[in-house]
Ligand binder design. Structure first.
Ligand code: ADP
Length: 449
């Protein structure tokens, strides 16, 4: 097992990792920018190192500063959390070159899945169903229109290096295609430094359903069921739940086993998520995330497995915590991402939290790094915290969520709590009858279907 882990992240995920380390008896090193000197993860870690000024590129993304922090503190492993350097294959390699352990998959798998075109090819090869689309990148000398016609309009232009919903443009008709190709490529070039784009069939009313996997790197891999993340705004998840309201045990086992088998073949190590769109009873692979995800607590609540703790154990050479037939899905869980944003305009609302009262009681969990008097800095994402609720059934979970949301107080800044209080009372949400465009339609005041 590792002696000392450096947590290369901030906010709630840094705290989440810190908690797992403490339970495992591992010493912790927090790193922080000058804007985060008063952050909770800094206060609770055994040691902390300031790695630079507020801008992420100068601090949380600053690899030499992180290496120096490892050197100074004698850390033997680095946990990257999500975002920042978590899917940077080069970072994983550099750590290896310095005899430091990267808590995550092999660099080759990060690289493979980081290129969505390669990821899709690999998925196909491993027997995972994919969204119909172009065979690889669409190059200027190719007849994009002919490819799009073959797929059938509407089509989605996507960036090979995409992430966070950027570099994605829909072309509803032939006339839209050229503009969609150019804007997606330009956006991809400026966001990721890679202008390659590909085409995919644009699904009209799919759900986003993802499968959580855990691999030991030696050919063992299990799946831990699914999370339904269909409630999205600008392709960003807002509310996640598990199990999906539309999957039964047989459908779960079928897709889960397909994915687990693929991970066994890859000899994948650590936690990973295979994301699908789901429409008319069919799954279509869109991408794989080779890291812990924001919404991982949903799976923890319904399986009882501490994913971050297992991630660390496995990275240190440990075995899978159980076999596939020992995985039991118990009850229902929902997570709400409460952001420091105006609930109507979604304009960020950083600033000082004057009053903070997190909800409690049976089946209520808060993953957050804020406290009363804390000042949310303007430099990073606007997550205040995740409210995660568990119940024996979806109905009980919704009842509990309604109660917990009403109890929660975050004053001094604007938050998206009012949006969740409205959503949890919406008939379509109560019925579990929604798809990936539902929330945008609801927010635009349109008729949702
Ligand atoms: P990113 O890595 O940028 O998050 P993803 O490929 O994971 O991109 O897609 C993010 C979201 O975009 C999906 O959850 C879904 O809402 C939407 N999306 C992606 N591909 C398609 C598609 N082929 N048809 C319709 N919506 C899509």
């Amino acid at each position: 097992m590792f002696d000392k882990i450096l947590i290369a992240n901030r906010g709630e995920i840094a705290l989440r990792i810190l908690r797992a380390c403490k339970e495992l008896g591992i010493s912790t090193v927090a790193v922080h920018s000058t804007a985060d000197a008063d952050a909770m993860h800094v206060r609770l870690a055994d040691e902390s190192v300031c790695i630079g000024p507020p801008q992420s590129k100068d601090s949380y993304l600053n690899i030499p500063a992180l290496l120096a922090a490892c050197e100074i503190t004698g850390a033997d492993a680095v946990h990257p959390g999500y975002g920042f350097l978590s899917e940077n294959a080069r970072f994983a390699e550099i750590l290896g070159e310095h005899n430091l352990h990267f808590i995550g998959p092999k660099a080759e798998h990060i690289r493979l899945m980081g290129d969505k075109i390669e990821a899709k090819k690999t998925a196909k090869r491993l027997g995972i169903p994919v969204v119909p689309g172009s065979d690889g990148a669409v190059t200027p000398d190719q007849d994009a229109l002919a490819i799009a016609k073959e797929i059938g309009f509407p089509v989605l232009v996507k960036a090979a290096a995409g992430g966070g919903g950027r570099g994605m443009k829909v072309a509803h008709t032939e006339a839209d295609l050229q503009l969609a190709l150019t804007t997606a490529a330009n956006e991809a070039k400026s966001a990721f430094g890679d202008a390659s784009v590909y085409l995919e069939k644009y699904l009209q009313k799919p759900r986003h359903i993802e499968i959580q996997v855990l691999g030991d790197g030696r050919g063992g891999a299990i799946h831990l069921g699914e999370r339904d993340c269909s409630l999205q705004r600008r392709h960003q998840k807002v509310w996640e739940e598990g199990p999906s309201p539309v999957l039964d045990a047989a459908a779960r086992a079928k897709i889960g086993n397909t994915v687990a088998k693929a991970m066994q073949e890859l000899k994948y190590i650590g936690v990973g998520t295979i994301e699908f769109l789901y429409e008319d009873g069919e799954f279509y692979f869109i991408e794989m995330n080779t890291r812990i995800q924001v919404e991982h607590p949903v799976t923890e609540m319904i399986t009882g497995i501490d994913l971050v703790l297992e991630q660390i154990r496995i990275a240190a050479g440990g075995d899978l915590p159980m076999s596939q037939d020992q995985v039991v899905i118990n009850g229902h869980s929902i997570e709400c991402r409460v952001n420091a944003e105006n609930p109507v305009s979604f304009r960020p609302s950083p600033g000082k939290i004057q009053q903070y009262h997190p909800p409690g009681g049976l089946g209520v969990r808060i993953d957050s790094a804020v406290y009363q008097g804390y000042v949310i800095p303007p430099y990073y994402d606007s997550l205040v915290g995740k409210l995660i609720v568990h119940g024996k059934s979806r109905v009980e979970c919704l009842m509990r969520l309604r109660r917990a949301l009403d109890e929660m107080v975050v004053d001094g800044i604007e938050t998206t709590l009012p949006l969740f209080r409205a959503l949890v009372r919406e008939p379509a949400i109560i019925d579990g009858d929604y798809h990936i465009h539902w929330l945008e339609q609801y927010l635009a005041g349109q008729k949702t279907d």
